[in-house]
Write a protein that binds this ligand. Structure first.
Ligand code: NI
Length: 137
């Protein structure tokens, strides 16, 4: 960021009312913060679509009793070790584990890793939170 600039925006009143209602529900302190987040979300989407270096978190939930599953998931992660910054393993209950895999790299590679992990037999849930490295935002 390079200093604040004030500008004015003209909007249809009903659109602004709708926006104000939404930012109130989302507990934004100001319209400025809400608008900045919309712009940043759009830029992050562009980073993912444009093949820039991005970051994110892959979340998996699986039953660790499933034979060979933990080994398979570890094996896949080793195939993509260059993308993985850190992993966190949480023992949710007696059966279920959650794994949070923090990644940084090209969107195509991150999507491939996510697909391979999600498609592994025994994984109950797999999702990708698409984020940014924060560079140029
Ligand atoms: Ni566990």
């Amino acid at each position: 960021m390079s200093g604040l600039t004030r500008f004015s925006v003209s909007l249809d009143k009903s659109l602004l009312d709708e926006f104000d209602q939404r930012i109130k529900q989302a507990q934004y302190p100001t319209r400025s913060k809400a608008i900045a987040d919309l712009i940043i979300n759009s830029l992050v989407e562009e980073q993912w679509a444009g093949g820039k270096t991005v970051s994110g978190a892959i979340i998996l939930v699986y039953d660790h009793h499933k034979r060979g599953l933990t080994n398979k998931l570890t094996h896949i992660q080793h195939d993509f070790h260059h993308l993985i910054i850190s992993t966190q393993h949480i023992h949710m209950d007696h059966n279920n584990c959650m794994e949070i895999i923090v990644v940084k790299g090209k969107p195509t590679d991150i999507n491939n890793l996510t697909r391979r992990l999600k498609a592994t037999k025994g994984v109950k849930h797999g999702s990708l939170a698409m984020a940014t490295t924060g560079d140029k935002l």
